[in-house]
Ligand binder design. Structure first.
Ligand SMILES: Nc1ncnc2c1ncn2[C@@H]1O[C@H](COP(=O)(O)OP(=O)(O)O)[C@@H](O)[C@H]1O
Ligand SMILES: [Mg+2]
Length: 342
């Protein structure tokens, strides 16, 4: 039985439709990420699942129970907020046990559940500390500990890392990945950052203006993006897209309107020996890679990822070579012909 099911879910704020009919079945234990640009409806959809936002149309099932009209407290889900909202004057132990104490559970039961959460989250050594004496990662684990003791059906996260600096974000991403490995709970996680989505998710749901653009594993989205939006949203630097009319020398199927090639799938060769010719415009040296931005006349600028460094200089003439298997072909509506015709 799926853990959480959305059936033709819609959200209207007055006359504005923000969620436009979303169907999705999230399996028990799955780590699902909603990703998309700012304003596409990620938070709204998550808040509808949590019960913090009313569902205008459609149904939300938790297990096989219709939860559409249930208040948040009845849904058995834990929303982990960006600010961890720990009680600063309380120890880790008391922070984790707080919901159980508020619910009036006997002390022995509280101790047992808090002990179990501490063990799972590796908080044993910090139980008597105050939140201010913990690292960011440890604080988040305490906040999650406070949710775990309530034994939620699923954890919901809304951009938990977006306010952190780059180094801490990487550390916390690791913490969250470990947490999912340990807890094996259903997790729904919202982010606008495709790297977070790619690294953490079992399945990614790409949202575009309140609609699902594609659902799939990180690898499926990278290898077989269903449309131009997903093709350019997943992957960094983003996929090069070339208008078919601008590149008559590249053979394309009849209905093709554009094709895409990722920067890592283009090789720089001598001018005249590739499929497209161009002039090196800018070199972005990053250490492990160099991004070479090549001006290709009517085609525009294409980015090529070169491993390590390169002796090329701005102004050099180059050829761009890529294999058919790495080309993504799109029709006039932006749908992938490679995905939709196979
Ligand atoms: N309470 C509200 N009233 C009216 N419009 C809202 C409300 N909350 C969100 N919206 C609108 O819904 C759209 C989606 O918002 P949101 O779900 O916050 O996007 P995301 O989390 O993907 O950035 C936006 O256009 C936003 O302005
Ligand atoms: Mg949001």
């Amino acid at each position: 039985m799926p853990s959480i099911t959305l059936k033709a879910v819609e959200k209207w704020f007055g006359d504005a439709q923000v969620i436009k009919g979303v169907d999705l079945a999230i399996e028990e234990g799955e780590f699902v990420i909603f990703v998309g640009p700012s304003g596409c409806g990620k938070s709204t959809l998550l808040r509808m699942i949590a019960g913090l936002e009313e569902t205008s149309r459609g149904q939300i099932l938790i297990g096989d129970r219709d939860a559409t009209a249930e208040p948040p407290s009845k849904r058995g889900l834990a929303m982990v907020f960006q600010s961890y909202a720990l009680y600063p004057h309380m120890s880790v132990r008391d922070n984790v046990g707080f919901p159980l104490k508020s619910a009036g559970l006997p002390k022995t039961e509280i101790d047992a559940k808090v002990g179990e959460a501490a063990r799972v989250l590796k908080l044993d050594a910090y139980m008597d500390r105050r939140p201010k004496d913990l690292s960011g990662g440890q604080r988040q684990r305490v906040a999650i500990g406070r949710s775990i003791v309530r034994d939620p059906t699923a954890f919901l996260f809304d951009e938990p890392l977006s306010n952190l600096d780059a180094a801490l974000r990487v550390e916390m991403r690791y913490e969250i990945a470990k947490l999912h490995q340990t807890l094996k709970s259903t997790m729904i996680y919202v982010t606008h950052d495709q790297v977070e989505a790619m690294t953490l998710a079992d399945r990614i749901v790409v949202l575009e203006f309140g609609k699902v653009a594609q659902v799939g594993s990180p690898r499926q989205l990278y290898e077989k993006p269903a449309n131009l939006f997903v093709a350019q949203f997943i992957g960094s630097p983003r996929m090069n897209v070339v208008d078919a009319a601008a590149a008559p020398q590249v053979d394309l199927p009849p209905r093709a309107s554009a094709f895409g090639v990722r920067p890592e799938h283009i090789t720089l060769v001598d001018a005249g020996t590739g499929r497209i010719d161009g002039i090196v415009d800018v070199l972005e040296y990053l250490g492990a890679d160099t991004f070479v931005i090549v001006s290709c006349g009517a085609i525009g600028q294409l980015t090529v990822r070169v491993s390590g460094s390169t002796s090329l200089r701005p102004g050099d003439a180059v050829g761009l070579r890529f294999e058919d298997e790495h080309m993504h072909v799109f029709d006039a509506k932006g749908l992938s012909l490679s995905v939709h015709s196979s």
